[in-house]
Write a protein that binds this ligand. Structure first.
Ligand code: 523
Length: 142
């Protein structure tokens, strides 16, 4: 007989943070975090946590609208999943800029559009680096 249990699972599903490799005119957007203190000054692919009931592409569109004031079209997922703090994982989608010019409205204090040869010019968060490397392969070579 199987007993039902209401105990908290030992490995609850992780909180998913989605980030966007946002492309426009052959460049990739990098965003410098302004908070929290341990991440401030480091660069990331912008995004945020999925809200309950939300799909990842939907969350990405919402986050980039809130944080950058732009409309984007999500593309493909960059394969892989990267651990953040305990219980959180990072998943990345490509996205194309549809309208607006990104502005650092929330969470960031500087934005930069980087070409392939400029990708290493900012201090990316460690956990973003594999996705940035992969995203860079989708940029024109020159
Ligand atoms: N990361 C991260 N890389 C990355 C993102 C978008 C987020 O390492 N590209 C980390 C930073 C935080 C956690 O994921 O530890 C949540 O990201 P955050 O703060 O951007 O998510 P929000 O915007 O959903 O968070 P709230 O401001 O709390 O709503």
């Amino acid at each position: 007989m199987t007993e039902r249990t209401t105990e908290t699972p030992r490995h609850p599903a992780p909180v998913v943070v989605v980030a966007g490799a946002l492309y426009d005119r052959g460049r990739l957007l990098a965003a410098r975090r302004s908070a929290p203190a341990d991440l401030a000054g480091r660069w990331e692919l912008p995004g945020g946590k999925l809200e309950p009931g939300e799909g990842p592409e939907e969350a990405l569109v919402r986050e980039l609208r809130e944080e950058l004031g732009v409309e984007v079209e999500p593309g493909e997922r960059i394969p892989g999943e990267w651990p953040l703090k305990p219980g959180y994982v990072l998943r990345v989608w490509t996205a194309r800029l549809l309208s607006g010019e990104p502005r650092p409205l929330e969470d960031h204090d500087e934005l930069r559009w980087l070409s392939r040869s400029e990708l290493d010019s900012v201090d990316w968060l460690d956990q973003d680096r594999p996705a940035v490397a992969e995203a860079g392969l989708r940029l024109p070579e020159r």
